[in-house]
Design a protein around this ligand. Structure first.
Ligand SMILES: NC(=O)c1ccc[n+]([C@@H]2O[C@H](COP(=O)([O-])OP(=O)(O)OC[C@H]3O[C@@H](n4cnc5c(N)ncnc54)[C@H](O)[C@@H]3O)[C@@H](O)[C@H]2O)c1
Length: 377
């Protein structure tokens, strides 16, 4: 008698909200996935969702995809089980909170929300509804980064993590107008990847930012940021978004100094480990079945919804990354070292005010401090 085969779980029926550039990438990711099934696309601009479906979804599948401007309504009509929030950051709080209160788990694009207070508020909405909110911080889903962590552990664990990020993209649009385009829109990925390499919560941030004379950005396109993790463990980041010439990869270039040697990762190919005695080892190549970036986030989300493990970037865990960003901006503007505990407490007070005005979630009233609420939530 053959052993009973374990049934493959039914694909999770999802609606993608926000039909812009990244929304189209998410629609494609869902279509390629066996764990999820696309049943709807939403955009606040009338007709935008239908246009995205026409461009990205094969004709034969289009009749099964509802479109509209109201997330909860499209999800209800389409019989959706979950939402992928790929709207602009300013809309993340409203779209995600409404979905959670309609009983729909959410996989949201980074950043968690437009402000740290809104991000903490969403952790509270997830608690009060008992509904999963995971943030897709997709650049951490890189097999080379996981391998970098493994090599660093073999050398005794990361003590100094150093990231250099130098590029010269001409985006046009909102990034050219932001006050801190590099820290807020790009360095968030490096800060989050640093958290993959260090097993601790960040304690304080010291940052300085500047705008090179030739910069085509209105805000500061260059910055140096130091994140202290306690016990002497530090992540240093230096970068610029207007540095043509010797550009790094989009993941940046990484050196991880450990007791037994140093790991180097160029952000694109397998890392190498150089031992104290000079011996150099090349890290393992990714396996053909490894999942990367958005596909990895989606698989982790769907697995959690079908009874699997809590995702590594469940909202409470992810908020730390946004707290580093907010602390870096505060430090760059004031010239002071900024304690994460203080930034989180201030944001918790603001989040409680937001929630009191909204009236749907009282979960944050039980948090003793911002940091303890994130650790126990
Ligand atoms: N992980 C990455 O590497 C990466 C890369 C790019 C963008 N992003 C993130 O993805 C998100 C979307 O970025 P984008 O570049 O696609 O932006 P975009 O401006 O191209 O698209 C956003 C879309 O959301 C829609 N929208 C706004 N408010 C809405 C609402 N309330 N309900 C429904 N739709 C609404 C807009 O009409 C627009 O079509 C942002 O959070 C951004 O930070 C992540």
């Amino acid at each position: 008698m053959s052993a009973p085969s374990r049934a493959t779980p039914d694909p999770v029926r999802v609606v993608v909200v926000g039909a812009g550039g990244m929304g189209r990438a998410w629609i494609g990711t869902v279509l390629d996935s066996e764990a999820a099934h696309l049943v709807g696309v939403v955009d606040v601009i009338d007709g935008a969702a239908a246009r995205a479906v026409e461009e990205v979804v094969p004709e034969a599948l289009r009749p099964g995809v509802r479109t509209g401007t109201d997330t909860v309504e499209v999800a209800r009509v389409a019989g959706a089980e979950a939402v992928i929030d790929v709207t602009v950051p300013a809309a993340h709080h409203a779209v995600t909170a409404d979905a959670l209160h309609a009983g729909l788990p959410v996989l949201g694009e980074k950043p968690c929300a437009a402000t740290l207070a809104e991000a903490i508020s969403l952790a509270g909405h997830s608690e009060s509804t008992g509904t999963l909110f995971m943030v897709s911080q997709s650049r951490r889903n890189n097999p080379h980064l996981q391998e970098t962590r493994r090599l660093a552990d073999e050398l005794g664990g990361a003590g100094i993590v150093d990231t250099r990020f130098y590029k010269a993209p001409r985006f046009g649009g909102f990034r050219d107008e932001m006050e801190h385009p590099l820290i807020v829109d790009m360095a968030i990925h490096a800060f989050d990847a640093g958290r993959v390499l260090v097993d601790a919560d960040p304690i304080s941030v010291t940052a300085a930012s500047s705008n090179p004379p030739w910069s085509w950005y209105a805000g500061d396109a260059a910055a140096t940021v130091r994140i202290d993790y306690g016990g002497g463990v530090v992540h240093t980041f230096s970068g610029s978004w207007c540095s043509p010439g010797r550009e790094t990869s989009w993941n940046g270039e990484w050196m991880i100094s450990c007791q037994g040697g140093t790991v180097h990762w160029d952000g694109e190919t397998p890392p190498t480990a150089q031992h104290a005695d000079g011996e150099t080892l090349r890290g393992r190549d990714p396996e053909p079945g490894d999942r990367w970036e958005l596909a990895a986030s989606l698989a982790e989300f769907c697995t959690a919804l079908r009874g699997g493990e809590r995702p590594r970037t469940e909202v409470h865990q992810n908020v730390w990354t946004q707290a580093i960003v907010e602390a870096a901006v505060c430090s760059a503007e004031t010239g002071r070292r900024v304690e994460l505990a203080a930034v989180l407490d201030e944001a918790l007070a603001d989040a409680r005010r937001l929630d009191a005005a909204d009236g749907r979630s009282a979960a944050l009233t039980a948090w003793k401090t911002g940091a303890s609420g994130l650790r126990t939530g």
